[in-house]
Design a protein. Structure first.
Length: 327
């Protein structure tokens, strides 16, 4: 979370389809590329994969090239704001995550920038739920059994994450808050290191993203207990949801969304939103997102705005309950 990339993984962008072209005559210009800002390390992480998949689908549909532009930390991004804000013609967009828009600004004492002061919603793209997974040597086979075990042995179970303030960390904090239990948090520099140590038994639990354990399907050394969403993940259909496990309010997902500079005309915002929903409805893109562990969402800018307000309140409470201090 010290890097904007830690919650942020991809940006993508796209122009309007022919069915809505009448709402913005002459836009987009043929052959003009669209800058896609991705606050994450180039080529790394599932967020970049999602950004690439979506921009490729939109490029094929709309005929404009999408150029991914990565920024690895929060200090390098604000320098672009003046350029971005002056670009109100719809050729620059931001593909952000829950980290970028909700978590990171609340964990910095002096945020490098407040994204929602500079960007407006276009739509939700997809989400990847977190999944509670334990080392198989831990004598539990359900969320209820884990909760009872931790209550009996407080401070014995160690859970790993990709760092203090990461979504993996906060997912664990939300579980402890909801169940009144106590585990020891072990922060790693990357989620892959934590997952490897979960497999080896150095830690006993993780609140990994579904995409982070797909390569471990069938591994007898780890045991998934529940997906932290209202419904099961299509990527792991045999794993129950938290609602099925008896904790319907315990939800944690890494979501991805598309935004535009704040002065972008409404007609172009609508154009982008229509194109986004059209792309997400395609069989090929949906299949490829699901293979990456992501569930397509879509919807209107207003839907995204309401969802964002709810997420801001929810994660703000998790941060407050965990007594995490701004850096």
């Amino acid at each position: 979370m010290r890097r904007l990339a830690s919650g942020v993984l991809g940006l993508l962008l796209f122009l309007a389809s022919s069915t809505v072209a009448a709402s913005a005559p002459g836009w987009p210009e043929p052959g003009r590329s669209i800058q896609t800002i991705v606050p994450a390390q180039a080529g790394a992480g599932v967020g970049n994969t999602i950004a690439r998949l979506v921009t490729e689908a939109l490029s094929a549909e709309l005929g404009n090239r999408f150029a991914l532009q990565n920024f690895t930390n929060s200090t390098s991004f604000p320098a672009l704001l003046s350029t971005i804000e002056s670009n109100d013609e719809g050729y620059t967009l931001l593909f952000a995550t829950v980290d970028t828009l909700v978590i990171e600004p609340r964990l910095q004492r002096s945020p490098a920038f407040e994204p929602l002061e500079h960007f407006v919603p276009i739509g939700l793209v997809a989400e990847i739920p977190h999944i509670l997974v334990v080392n198989s040597e831990l004598p539990v086979h359900s969320v209820k059994e884990l909760t009872e075990y931790i209550a009996k042995y407080p401070g014995v179970v160690h859970f790993g994450s990709s760092g203090n303030g990461s979504t993996l960390h906060l997912a664990g904090e939300s579980y402890m808050s909801a169940t009144g239990t106590n585990m020891v948090h072990v922060p790693y520099s990357a989620s892959e290191f934590a997952t490897n140590n979960l497999v080896s038994g150095d830690i006993q639990a993780m609140f990994q993203m579904v995409s982070g354990i797909l390569n471990y399907r069938g591994n007898e050394k780890i045991r998934p207990l529940a997906v932290m969403s209202e419904q099961r993940s299509p990527a792991l259909p045999d794993v129950p949801s938290m609602a099925e496990a008896g904790y319907p309010g315990l939800r944690a997902t890494k979501w991805y969304a598309l935004l535009a500079p704040r002065d972008t005309p409404d007609t172009i915002i609508e154009h982008y939103n229509a194109a986004l929903n059209s792309a997400l409805a395609s069989t090929d893109l949906r299949r490829r997102l699901l293979e990456a562990g992501a569930t397509p969402i879509g919807g209107s800018p207003q839907d995204f705005g309401r969802f964002l307000a709810q997420e801001t309140v929810r994660w703000g409470k998790v941060i407050q309950d965990a007594h995490l201090q701004p850096r």
